[in-house]
Design a protein. Structure first.
Length: 348
C-alpha cells in the first residue's frame, strides 16, 4: 500500500500492485469473518458428527461417504490449482536473484531489488540493507495467504457436500418407500403398523434438519461471498489488463495470468457448490415422484405432500442475499467482469 504513495509510480505500477492488495484485503476479511462466526462453525462440525452417528443402514453410510470423498477430492484438486500461483510468487524472487548473479553487466536500474520480491513493497533505504529478511517475510506472507484461502474453501466444500449427501439419503429413502407393498395394501392401516408413515416422517424431520443446516452455512458465508464477488471481479479485471500490458514481455505474463486463473477457479467452485445445493434440494421431490407412493396410506401421503411443498422453494446459497450462487449467475459475473475490463483498459 505504501508503494502506491510513491510519487514516481505510474498507472502501470498501480495495475501491478492492486491485485496483491485486493488479495490481502480479501484474505483478511475472510479470516475475520470466520473468527466472528466461530461458534457457528463449531455447530456445523457438531451437526456433521451427529448426522453420521444417526445413520441407520450401511447404504446410508455409503451415500454420505461418497459425498465426503468427493468433497475431499475437490479440495485436493483445488489446492493444486491454487498452489501454482503461490509457487510463481515464491519462485519469482529466487529466479530473479539467480538471473542477477549469472548475467554480467546488469545494472541496478535494469533489475531493481523491488523486482525480485513477490510483490511491490516500500521500505525506503532499508530495502537493500535487509533485502533477504524482507524476501523471507514476503514469501511467508504469500504462504499464509495460500493456507487461509485453502482452509476456508475446504471447509465450505465439506459442509456443502455433507448437505448434498443428506439430501441424497432422503431421496433414497423416499424412492424406496412402499417398495415392499403391493395392490393389497390398506389405506387405513394403523399408525403403529404403518412403516411407510414412519419412514416419511423421518424424511420430513431430516429435510427440516438439512434445511436448517444450509441456513447456518448461508449465515456464515453470505456476507463474505458478497465481498469476495466484487473484489474478485475487480482483481481478475486488473490481472487481465496486466496480461495485455505484458504481451511483448513473456517473462512478466506468468504471474498475472496465474493469478487470473486462480481467481477464476476460486469463484467458479464457489458458484458450483451453490449449484450443487440447488440441484440436490430438488432430489426429495423427484424421488417421491419415482417412488411407489400409491402403495402408501393416506396419512403417509399427507407427509409426502408436505415434503414436496417444502421443495418447491429450493435451498440456496447466496452472496449477501443478492446473488444466488449458481452456474448461470457465474456466467453473468464473467460478463460483468469483461465489462469492467473494457472500461479499465481504456484508462491504460
Amino acid at each position: 500500500m505504501l508503494y502506491l504513495l510513491n510519487d514516481s509510480i505510474d498507472i502501470d505500477d498501480v495495475f501491478e500492485c492492486v491485485p496483491s492488495i485486493i488479495i490481502t484485503i480479501v484474505v483478511s476479511f475472510q479470516l475475520v469473518n470466520m473468527m466472528i462466526n466461530n461458534e457457528k462453525i463449531k455447530t456445523c462440525f457438531k451437526t456433521i458428527e451427529e448426522d453420521w452417528l444417526l445413520l441407520n443402514t450401511e447404504i446410508e453410510k455409503a451415500i454420505l461417504q461418497r459425498h465426503a470423498k468427493y468433497g475431499r477430492y475437490l479440495t485436493t484438486i483445488y489446492t493444486i490449482f491454487i498452489f501454482f500461483p503461490a509457487l510463481f510468487h515464491f519462485l519469482k524472487p529466487v529466479i530473479m536473484t539467480v538471473v542477477e548473479n549469472d548475467i554480467e553487466n546488469v545494472t541496478k536500474s535494469s533489475l531493481s531489488r523491488t523486482s525480485k520480491l513477490p510483490f511491490h513493497v516500500e521500505y525506503g533505504e532499508k530495502l537493500d540493507q535487509h533485502f533477504y529478511l524482507l524476501m523471507l517475510h514476503c514469501s511467508l506472507a504469500v504462504f499464509a495467504h495460500f493456507i487461509v484461502i485453502v482452509a476456508i474453501d475446504s471447509f465450505y466444500y465439506a459442509v456443502i457436500q455433507h448437505a448434498c449427501g443428506m439430501f441424497s439419503i432422503i431421496g433414497y429413502m423416499l424412492e424406496n418407500i412402499g417398495k415392499n407393498d403391493d395392490a393389497n395394501f390398506h389405506l387405513e392401516i394403523k399408525k403403529i403398523e404403518d412403516d411407510n408413515y414412519g419412514i416419511a416422517l423421518d424424511c420430513l424431520r431430516r429435510h427440516l434438519h438439512v434445511s436448517e443446516f444450509i441456513e447456518l452455512i448461508e449465515s456464515i458465508f453470505t456476507n463474505m461471498f458478497l465481498f469476495n464477488l466484487y473484489t474478485t471481479m475487480l482483481s481478475t479485471t486488473i490481472s487481465g489488463i496486466q496480461v495485455i500490458m505484458n504481451l511483448n514481455n513473456v517473462g512478466n505474463i506468468a504471474t498475472p495470468l496465474s493469478v487470473y486463473f486462480a481467481h477464476l477457479i476460486h469463484l467458479f467452485l464457489q458458484f458450483w457448490q451453490g449449484q450443487f445445493i440447488l440441484d440436490y434440494s430438488d432430489v426429495p421431490y423427484k424421488s417421491i415422484c419415482r417412488g411407489r407412493w400409491y402403495y402408501t396410506s393416506r396419512r403417509c401421503r399427507k407427509i409426502l405432500l408436505l415434503i414436496m411443498s417444502r421443495t418447491v422453494s429450493p435451498c440456496k446459497i447466496t452472496a449477501g442475499n443478492l446473488v444466488t450462487l449458481s452456474i448461470e449467475n457465474f456466467g453473468t459475473v464473467l460478463k460483468t467482469s469483461m465489462s469492467y475490463f473494457t472500461v479499465l483498459r481504456s484508462f491504460q
